[in-house]
Design a protein around this ligand. Sequence first.
Ligand code: CMP
Length: 141
Amino acid sequence: MATNRTFTMIKPDATAAGNIGAITKMMEEAGFKIIAMKYTQLTPATAGKFYEVHSERPFYADLCKYMSSGPIVAMILEKENAVADFRTLIGATNPANAAEGTIRKIFATSIEANAVHGSDSDENAAIEGAFFFAKTEEVAA
Ligand code: CMP
């Protein structure tokens, strides 16, 4: 059954471009409530751990370098059907294939620097949220 939480990061390209406000505004206007939020910078090792599932992929080394290249904003978002609805809001991984009006279509610059991350399942949303926030059940009600 779908849960009501997902995890997102605003990635270094979007943070550096000054798009934190515009992106969080789109999230809120789409009905997502921000229930946890952290501005931080990953080390290459921490980025590698977060994206460990991709460690065999050819883009993994570049991804770790890019994701640790500047600050990110990690968030847990709440909304009914959060994971699926958020993936619709952000659009395809490659901004060239993202639908008009989606966050990646508007803000992403490449398949790697694609502005935001969104969890791909309820299970991963819980794992990824716990990676950044110790007690997600205790964040704002
Ligand atoms: P994200 O949804 O955070 O999940 C994995 C990330 O790897 C992806 O967004 C991109 O930032 C990055 N990436 C770089 N190249 C590729 C690729 N060819 N396919 C998928 N993801 C890629």
